[in-house]
Design a protein around this ligand. Structure first.
Ligand code: NAP
Length: 297
């Protein structure tokens, strides 16, 4: 008897396809609009992981033809200084998207800063106005990570209507908007979190399982319904006995591969889709500003 292996939901390949589509649309629009879309990424301090994420985002911008106005500030930058910079970027006609790279140094209030961003330039889709639009099912900029998950499920034509979807994690960054997007797609949604009783029973019900807890190995094969679609949002750096570090998700990929129907790899699953949706959001703001039809890529 051969062991069944889950099909991979290849976020890296889909992100590359989206980048290609964006690059083409941006080139086409250059004859009508005399500037490219612009994204400003604000980073404060010297967190090496954040610096790597920022470099990655800037590289992706360059690849598709989005101008990036990256700004890197020293750790001691004040709240007032950053608020003034955001106010300037809100008014800057060359800038369509603004994002503040998290986490920020302790003395800064990330939520207050986020609230200063013009909701129509909120490339991360985390401003309360955009989250409110999501709750109401209105058009708006969607949070990049859950939006990327939805785009991935759509690409592989995974049916969601009427399905049992379980989201593990309830953060404002991933879990909550993820649950709302699945609900918008007519799934029956359950959210589990660190206080949920009997996670195993909840997860075993899932036709669609989204793991976003930030806990390596949290989801094992015994918890997964045969034939389920498993999306691993988790990104956790672990150190092996030989001292080498590597990136893992929340899901025990190897054991689940023989139970699930579809599975996202880590890395190469949700991570690249998050960046692709950041570019897509920036392009959407740009297109909307010029009244251009923003068909999905
Ligand atoms: P977070 O703010 O720490 O939230 C984690 C959530 O998981 C919380 O709601 C927490 O519950 C829940 N949780 C923690 N332990 C649990 C357990 N044992 N059982 C059930 N629920 C549990 O993290 P986040 O920002 O949402 O990120 C989650 C993971 O996704 C992290 O690994 C992060 O690095 C990754 N991530 C990946 C991407 C990407 O692009 N791939 C983007 C963003 C985040 P409580 O609310 O009760 O504390």
């Amino acid at each position: 008897m051969t062991t069944k292996t889950a099909k991979l939901l290849d976020g890296k390949a889909l992100a590359a396809k989206i980048h290609q589509g964006l690059a083409q649309r941006i080139t086409e629009l250059q004859s009508q609009i005399d500037r490219p879309p612009g994204l400003a990424v604000l980073m404060v301090g010297d967190n090496p992981a954040s610096a790597a994420y920022v470099r990655n985002k800037e590289k992706a911008c360059a690849k598709v033809g989005i101008a990036s106005f990256g700004q890197h500030f020293p750790t001691q930058t004040t709240q007032g200084e950053l608020e003034a910079i955001i106010a300037t970027l809100n008014q800057d006609a060359k800038v369509d998207g603004i994002l503040v790279q998290l986490p920020l140094p302790q003395h800064l209030d990330a939520v207050t800063l986020l609230h200063q961003i013009d909701p129509d330039k909120d490339a991360d889709g985390l401003h309360p106005v955009n989250l409110g639009r999501l709750v109401r099912g209105e058009v708006g900029l969607r949070s990049c990570t859950p939006y990327g998950v939805m785009r991935l499920l759509q690409e592989y034509e995974i049916p969601l209507q009427g399905k049992q979807a379980v989201v593990v994690g309830r953060s404002i960054l991933v879990g909550k908007p993820m649950a709302l997007m699945l609900l918008e797609a007519d799934a029956t949604v359950t959210i589990a979190h660190s206080r949920s009783h009997n996670l195993k029973t909840i997860v075993q019900n899932a036709d669609i399982l989204i793991a976003a807890a930030g806990k390596p190995g949290l989801i094992t094969a015994q918890m997964v319904k045969p034939g389920a679609v498993v999306v691993d949002v988790g990104m956790n750096r672990v150190t092996d006995v030989d001292g080498k570090s590597r990136l893992v998700g929340d899901v025990d990929l190897e054991s689940i591969a023989s139970v699930a129907e579809f599975l996202t790899p880590v890395p190469g699953g949700v991570g690249p889709m998050t960046v692709a949706m950041l570019l897509q959001n920036t392009f959407a703001s740009y297109a909307r500003r010029y009244g251009v039809n923003n068909r999905e890529l």
